[in-house]
Design a protein around this ligand. Structure first.
Ligand code: 2AM
Ligand code: CA
Length: 264
């Protein structure tokens, strides 16, 4: 468990926003069958959750800046601290009534990720981490899986949707490379939950391109604090600005990187 004042603030904000999302998920089923569909409702739910997080975190830590999926960048008076927030990661799942979505909150200090939280209100799983303090799923300390061979491993990926089909050619090449080398592949639809699952030792690895800081900052620290390795898909270290992610234990992360090296 992490019992710091910072984590108390983060978990309280996530639980408050999560209650709203859970209620809204219940409403989706009704809208699924309407002609208009749940699209606008989901956008509104997303924005409501972000507003709650923004208000709660601003009140508890006045002056910190924000980088948010919906609201964009809000400069703070404290230039060294920035929250990276995704109020609803896994929007497509949520839209379809699948309880595979998460709130993701990371605190970045001087370009270093110092704290992360991923909360799935659909399953009540709360993942928390602070730099140097380990990573926890609810009250249990997490540890990445111990498998040493990619050929024995279950690897998660992200698939660009049709709306971003220009990314399909590269995705297909990398997918083919991992299909040929890993035990099997999965796709959950939430970058935050994919990384949380790597930290928890459920997935052996995960990679995805075309993602944003709010999708992966919390999860990246989570994996590292659970003993894993994280880089961009190109093998660089800048997770906050890199736009892609590749994670696993030290063996699997290295083997995955080698499998896709030179493709991108
Ligand atoms: P979202 O659900 O918040 O949109 C799925 O492949 C992952 O990619 C999810 O974490 C999803 O976040 C993210 N994602 C989907 N579309 C995106 C976009 N247009 N820009 C950035 N990230 C996106
Ligand atoms: Ca997201």
């Amino acid at each position: 468990m992490i019992r710091s004042a910072l984590m108390t603030v983060m978990t309280a904000a996530a639980q408050k926003a999560g209650r709203g999302l859970k209620r809204d998920l219940g409403e989706i089923e009704n809208l699924q069958v309407s002609v208009k569909g749940p699209g606008d409702f989901v956008t509104a739910a997303d924005k409501r959750a972000e507003k709650v997080l923004f208000e709660e975190l601003s009140r508890a830590r006045p002056g910190y800046g924000f980088v948010m999926e919906e609201g964009g960048t809000v400069e703070g008076t404290d230039k060294s601290h920035t929250w990276h927030i995704d109020p609803l990661d896994g929007t497509t799942n949520f839209l379809h009534g699948l309880p595979l979505f998460a709130i993701s909150i990371a605190l970045v200090r001087e370009d270093q990720i110092v704290a992360g939280l991923i909360f799935n209100p659909g399953t009540d799983e709360m993942y928390v981490t602070e730099k140097g303090q380990g990573a926890f799923l609810n009250a249990t300390r997490m540890r990445v899986a111990a498998r040493r061979k990619l050929s024995d491993s279950l690897i998660a990926c992200g698939i660009p949707p049709l709306a971003r089909a220009k990314h399909h050619p590269l995705f297909k090449q990398e997918f083919a490379a991992l299909l040929a080398t890993s035990g099997n592949l999965r796709r959950l639809g939430s970058a935050a939950l994919d990384l949380a699952a790597v930290a928890a030792g459920r997935f052996d690895g995960y990679w995805e391109r075309n993602i944003q800081s709010w999708d992966v900052t919390a999860g990246a620290l989570m994996v590292r604090e659970a003993g894993g390795f994280v880089s961009t898909a190109d093998g660089t270290d800048d997770i906050v600005h890199g736009g892609s992610i590749l994670a696993g234990n030290e063996y699997i992360q290295r083997e995955m990187l080698a499998a896709i090296k030179g493709i991108g």
